[in-house]
Design a protein around this ligand. Structure first.
Ligand SMILES: [Zn+2]
Length: 114
């Protein structure tokens, strides 16, 4: 029993896979969509479990908007690795996190959960 809290946000960033089909991929960009899923078991007096705005602000702060992901992630910045990297950042503040979904395009996405 409980609630699932969801917040999503887009950001723009470039990347290239460092080892794709035998070599580095050409540099290109995406408008990535990130969805965060948290689990909540209780509500405060105002009927809120996790403040959407606080979560959204934290997500905005950690998303590497207008960056080259290869400069930020310590490994090849695939959608899969980006999802885990964001999950780990979010878990530092929100231990109740359940998963992070990353969409690289409208049709190609991945999710990371423990
Ligand atoms: Zn790409």
């Amino acid at each position: 029993m409980g609630w699932k809290i969801r917040v999503k946000r887009n950001f723009n960033a470039a990347h290239y896979l460092t080892d794709y089909r035998g070599g580095p991929e050409p540099l290109h960009g995406h408008t990535w969509q990130v969805e965060v899923y948290l689990k909540a078991d209780s509500l405060d007096k105002g009927g809120i479990s996790i403040d959407f705005i606080e979560l959204d602000n934290y997500l905005k702060k950690i998303l590497p908007d207008y960056s080259l992901l290869n400069d930020i992630l310590p490994f090849s910045p695939s959608a899969e690795n980006l999802a885990k990297w964001l999950y780990d950042r979010l878990k530092e503040k929100y231990p109740e996190i359940e998963k992070v979904v990353v969409w690289e395009t409208e049709r190609y996405g991945t999710e990371y959960c423990e």
